[in-house]
Design a protein around this ligand. Structure first.
Ligand code: PMT
Length: 402
């Protein structure tokens, strides 16, 4: 079991009221509640009737550890913790997803259900993470409502861009729950990287063998995306070059999606110049020498693959005449520091972040423990959430990199 110190819990003792309104992204509310609890927050959930069409109160009750509030007219719930008490209890209210309808209610002071009533009755800080069809988001009425809310001090977590459930492409997707938690925990944005261009690689690469098979690894992209989100919050202009992941690009970050190591290198070179380059991607070292144009047939008892080396992206960026400050990772299963030091020298990076990986370690999980290795300095950091770690790493490198 991993013990996490309370100092690693950025929302320790914070009372978070999570409001979920009725959109397809309501299912992400479950992960949001889980991450808020992991960040140390006390969580209570309020759902609108429409939200219950997308996710059950039972799921959110199990995750938050408290009954879900969903009605102004429930005498039992009012007897336990009435709506005014609930509004007073909260330090922060986060509504995610916030539909066009609920934003309109908030903007115009309607109070015809529990969530909209709570918003009027609370003195807590209010955060909304809008999510809706891209046309609805861009509609003048919605934009005017959002502007009104911002003018009144409501924090708006901008929606991410991408493919939507309805098939449209554009702004309106709910940011990943991890990005919402990052926004909540980084309430006081710093200017450490003000105006600096930071290029970050994230996720795995996929090296195709034929149209249906590829070589890849376990990287989820969480570490790289957390770095992108934290750098953006610190004032950087961020280009995130991502291998295939299930994550949404953090709001305000320019995301370029690629699949292979060669495509990732091309995108990185295209993104230059930059002040800081962070290689968090798990790039395949080799790719199949030949890529079948059709699905390759089964080949008897054994099948040998011919592999050729991929370009080393980090080393290529370190060799540029206008070399940025270069940060690499070393994902190792043994001899961690020795191999990190080798990579520091061989690739020409300024820092290598040594990252022990294995089952439930490093890859895919929400927490990570790393050691920063520089030419004359080694610093081990404690286990913490990748969201927190991203900020700590950026704060550590800011001195040398900016
Ligand atoms: O994505 P997550 O699930 O959150 O997991 C995070 C992580 C474990 C992937 C991340 O923290 C990490 O350690 N990333 C580096 C993984 C890796 O490929 O390490 P490596 O030791 O093989 O490579 C060393 C460095 O060279 C890395 O910075 C890598 O991005 C870079 N590299 C490697 C090969 C290559 N052809 N080009 C590169 O740029």
């Amino acid at each position: 079991m991993t013990m996490t110190k309370t100092t690693d819990k950025p929302l320790h003792h914070q009372r978070m009221l999570v409001g979920i309104s009725g959109g397809i992204a309501a299912y992400k509310g479950a992960e949001l509640v889980r991450l808020l609890k992991q960040a140390g927050a006390e969580v209570r959930v309020v759902m609108t009737d429409a939200a219950k069409a997308f996710i059950t109160p039972m799921t959110l009750q199990a995750l938050s550890g408290h009954p879900v509030h969903d009605s102004l007219w429930d005498l039992q719930a009012e007897a336990a913790m009435g709506h005014i008490e609930l509004a007073k209890w909260a330090d922060h209210v986060i509504v995610a997803p916030a539909t066009a309808d609920i934003l309109a209610k908030f903007a115009h002071g309607l109070a015809d259900d529990l969530l909209s009533t709570l918003i009027l009755a609370t003195t807590a800080s209010i955060w909304v993470a809008p999510a809706m069809n891209q046309q609805m988001w861009q509609a003048q009425a919605t934009q005017a409502n959002v502007m009104l809310l911002k003018q009144r001090g409501v924090h708006v977590i901008e929606p991410a861009e991408g493919e939507q459930a309805c098939g449209d492409v554009g702004p309106g997707r709910l940011p990943e729950p991890a990005a919402i938690v990052a926004a909540l925990t980084q309430r006081k944005p710093t200017t450490l990287f003000n105006g600096r261009h930071v290029v970050i690689t994230a996720g795995p690469t996929q090296e195709a063998l034929d149209p249906v098979r590829f070589i890849t690894n376990h990287s989820s992209g969480k570490m790289g995306y957390a770095l992108a989100s934290a750098a953006q919050a610190m004032g950087a202009r961020v280009t995130l070059i991502s291998g295939p992941t299930a994550l949404c690009a953090p709001a305000g970050v320019h995301c370029i999606r690629v699949d292979t190591a060669e495509a990732m290198l091309a995108a990185c070179l295209q993104a230059m110049p930059c002040h800081v380059f962070i290689a968090a991607a798990a790039v395949a070292d080799y790719r199949p020498a030949h890529k079948g144009t059709q699905k390759l047939p089964k080949q008897g008892q054994s099948w040998s693959l011919d592999l050729v080396p991929n370009p080393d992206i980090l080393a290529s960026i370190c060799r540029l005449p206008q070399k940025p400050y270069c940060v690499g990772f070393a994902a190792q299963t043994e001899d961690l520091l020795e191999k990190a030091r080798e990579k520091l020298n061989n690739k020409g990076a300024d820092v290598i972040i040594a990252n022990l990986v294995g089952p439930n370690l490093g890859f895919q999980v929400d927490e990570n423990q790393v050691t920063l290795v520089k030419a004359h300095e080694v610093e081990a950091l404690p286990m913490m959430s990748k969201i927190k770690l991203a900020s700590v790493i950026l704060e550590k490198i800011a001195k040398d990199a900016t």
